[in-house]
Ligand binder design. Structure first.
Ligand code: SME
Length: 156
């Protein structure tokens, strides 16, 4: 189980030491992936508003061909288009699904956002069906909020 409070304290300490969002997003992905055996693939996609695309920033897990995903496409792109987190219990039931790895059965996307502004998302895949719970979403959302704080500070 992910201890989101411990992770955000560590991310805040990194901020206090002067680390930027790049380092924070790498640290968050590694720590989330390590936290739970259900989390087989964890990555951050960042939204490029000019291109209206998600760009893969960093990940842990099998390589993926989806380095760029147009908004509206796939579960990742749908989350941005719909401005909300998505939990998919069975990816085979989603028409719009972009497969990375044939082993993946379920997926969760949690937006990295500050209010209405969407910076990107944390994407998790599992080889278990129905792997992701509302508690997982809440824990990952706490981490996403901390990343958004740093991303927003860098845009100012
Ligand atoms: N499955 C995602 C694509 C990204 S990979 O999971 C890494 C989707 O449908 O958007």
């Amino acid at each position: 189980m992910l201890d989101a409070n411990e992770l955000i304290m560590d991310l805040q300490q990194m901020r206090d030491e002067g680390h930027l969002s790049d380092a924070l997003m790498r640290q968050a992905v590694r720590r989330i992936a390590k936290a739970d055996p259900r989390f087989d693939w964890v990555g951050v996609y960042l939204l490029d508003e000019a291109e209206n695309e998600l760009w893969l920033h960093n990940y842990v897990g099998s390589p993926t061909e989806h380095a760029k995903i147009p908004v509206g496409t796939g579960i990742c792109g749908m989350a941005v288009a719909e401005k909300g987190n998505i939990i998919v219990a069975d990816v085979s039931e989603v028409e719009n699904y972009l497969a990375c790895d044939p082993d993946v059965q379920s997926e969760m996307v949690v937006l990295i956002r500050a209010g209405d502004e969407i910076f990107g998302q944390i994407d998790l895949d599992s080889s278990d069906k129905d792997a992701f719970t509302d508690e997982d979403e809440a824990a990952v959302a706490v981490v996403a909020e901390k990343l958004a704080e740093q991303l927003a500070a860098e845009r100012r």
